[in-house]
Design a protein around this ligand. Structure first.
Ligand code: PMV
Length: 311
């Protein structure tokens, strides 16, 4: 029997980077983009097969002795949690349609799907609370000191109002709204952008703190707009958040261009999302305008364009 586990992509609607400094942020899952892990019985030993992006996406087995490998680490967390000493004769195959290194949480989604699949392989069910802890630990391999927002929104697959180190808060969306997500095609490392914001903070604490405070106010206003269903207001708050992220130096010329194009094409608001310096931007759009804005973004050089409903 073949079983499958999966996990969604995510976008940060408000508050990325500032969230690292304890300011709240708002993130939602993108359920149409997913990472999958299939579990099949096998005559061989336990294997995890993934596409090696560095080698033309050829399928390859993960080295289960490599303790620095995020996939190996997740598998051993789950085995240890369930006190499973003998690895099952199972093959787990990973696939994902989430663009990598682009602020959509691809790494956390793959870890989450894998954690669930390893539990399935040993006939166990892992709770979201436990899995969230494990995905956070795995995220640290790539991100250093992640705030925890990515793993939380991806594991629970619900809209969240997130404060670092605090219990997860579900965010009720009063009126569902549409977003368009556009990929700059530029890959960027989140921990570098996070490190540069830290340098900015260290070299100019007063001005940087002011920007972080302004983001904090925007997140509070966004929270009210989401819970009241004021979508037009939410759009302009997104654009304001983008301008503050520019001041934190984490945008890029291509992100700025796509934000401008989306606004010109009639989006209610637009901003970069996630670590920045490349990766994806998001635009808040009216339903009737989705295709027009997607076309405009593609013409302006976006390498991939998706739309999603936030509900
Ligand atoms: O993983 P990304 O690129 O979506 O960025 C995560 C969001 C940051 O706030 C930039 C970092 C963090 O740990 O919260």
């Amino acid at each position: 029997m073949v079983q499958q586990a999966s996990a969604p992509a995510k976008v940060i609607l408000f508050g990325e980077h500032a969230v690292v400094y304890g300011i709240p942020a708002i993130a939602v899952p993108v359920s149409s983009l997913r990472a999958y892990a299939t579990v099949e019985a096998s005559d061989d030993l336990f294997t995890i097969v993934t596409n090696d992006i560095k080698k033309n996406n050829i399928a390859l087995s993960v080295d289960l002795n490599d303790n620095n490998n995020s996939l190996t680490k997740m598998a051993s967390f789950v085995f240890n949690h369930f006190k499973q000493e003998i690895e099952p004769n199972v093959k787990i195959t990973l696939k994902s349609n989430i663009p990598i290194a682009s602020g959509l949480g691809s790494g956390a989604a793959v870890s989450t799907a894998l954690g669930r699949a390893v539990a399935l392989a040993i006939k166990q069910t892992i709770s979201n609370k436990t899995l969230n802890k494990f995905v956070y630990e795995v995220e640290k391999i790539h991100h250093g000191t992640p705030s925890g927002i990515d793993n939380t929104v991806i594991v629970y697959e619900i809209p969240i109002y997130f404060v670092k180190g605090k219990d997860i808060q579900y965010l009720e969306i009063m009126s569902p709204f549409h977003i368009v997500i556009a990929d700059t095609g530029q890959r960027a490392l989140t921990h570098e952008a996070v490190g540069d914001v830290q340098k900015l903070y260290d070299s100019n604490p007063n001005d940087t703190k002011l920007i972080l405070d302004q983001i904090d106010h925007i997140v509070q206003k966004a929270l009210i707009s989401i819970t009241k269903g004021n979508i037009t207001r939410l759009g302009s708050l997104m654009t304001e958040n983008h301008q503050l992220l520019q001041k934190l130096t984490v945008s890029s010329p291509k992100l700025d261009k796509l934000v401008g194009v989306a606004l010109e094409a009639g989006a209610l608001g637009a901003k970069m999302s996630g670590g920045g310096r490349g990766g994806n931007m998001i635009a808040l759009v009216e339903r009737a305008n989705i295709q027009h804005i997607k076309d405009a973004l593609q013409q302006a050089g976006a390498t991939q364009v998706f739309d999603s409903i936030v509900q």
